[in-house]
Design a protein around this ligand. Structure first.
Ligand SMILES: C[S@@+](CC[C@H](N)C(=O)[O-])C[C@H]1O[C@@H](n2cnc3c(N)ncnc32)[C@H](O)[C@@H]1O
Length: 226
């Protein structure tokens, strides 16, 4: 396969380079790769069925459910949903993060344990606020995990994610993102939040599933809205 050209605009302190194990974001003495293989233990059917995200996104009666992950990042949540049987369309607006994700998808396509799963994942590089409004068919679920607006220095941020924070912009338009998700007329919108974080755009969810590290707020839309 021809090597994809990954020349993307980056802050001066960061670099994208091809390493032995795939495309890497390098800076501040840290290296970050999107790596689906390390997710394999969480993809076992017994573990997967207990994942809060999978439980929050589940839709009754849908034989081949579809989800739009409007804030794909490095695609780990999308991978969980694809492993649970969803066909996933992922939007990522940052070109460096999208490049890392595309590289992970390409490598996973050659891994027997992941190939069947990533076959159900499609990456669209671009802004989902516009993308969601252009969908021709309503998805079953829209999933939102925008960067939390007030991530403080004291927040526990895993080391590898510190590099990503050079690139991610805080969610400056929660209302716009949620309105775009609702305009796609899904059966539900699932929003990932910190356990004690406020509701996205202040909108009260239909219900929530809360764990120690994360909470999923679920907005269920009435069938008449589809
Ligand atoms: C917190 S991360 C998501 C992490 C992801 N759930 C995962 O499992 O890796 C948020 C990502 O959403 C992207 N993003 C935020 N708003 C977006 C938008 N309107 N359209 C596309 N991508 C967006 C950011 O660039 C960032 O990569």
């Amino acid at each position: 396969m021809a090597e994809t050209d990954y020349r993307v605009a980056l802050p001066a302190e960061l670099e994208l380079r091809h390493g032995d194990e795939g495309l890497e974001l390098v800076g501040d003495g840290m290296v970050l790769r999107a790596d689906f293989a390390r997710m394999l233990p969480r993809l076992r059917p017994d573990r997967l069925a207990r994942e809060l995200l999978v439980r929050a996104a589940r839709v009754r009666g849908a034989e081949s459910p579809t989800v739009v992950d409007a804030t794909a990042g490095l695609g780990e949540d999308s991978l969980l949903l694809a492993a649970a049987g969803f066909t996933v369309t992922m939007f990522e607006r940052d070109s460096a993060i999208a490049a890392l994700l595309r590289d992970a998808l390409e490598r996973a396509a050659d891994e027997p344990q992941l190939a069947g799963i990533v076959e159900r994942m499609t990456l669209v590089e671009g802004d989902s606020v516009a993308g969601l409004r252009e969908l021709s068919v309503p998805p079953d679920v829209v999933f939102l995990d925008p960067m939390f607006p007030e991530r403080t220095k004291s927040a526990a941020v895993k080391k590898k994610f510190q590099l990503l924070h050079h690139l991610e912009r805080p969610c400056e338009d929660e209302e716009g993102l949620l309105a775009a998700a609702l305009s796609a007329r899904p059966r539900k919108v699932v929003v990932k939040r910190p356990p004690k974080g406020p509701w996205l755009a202040g909108v009260k969810p239909s219900h929530s599933l809360a764990g120690k590290a994360v909470r999923y707020d679920v907005i269920v839309l009435p069938p008449s809205s589809r």
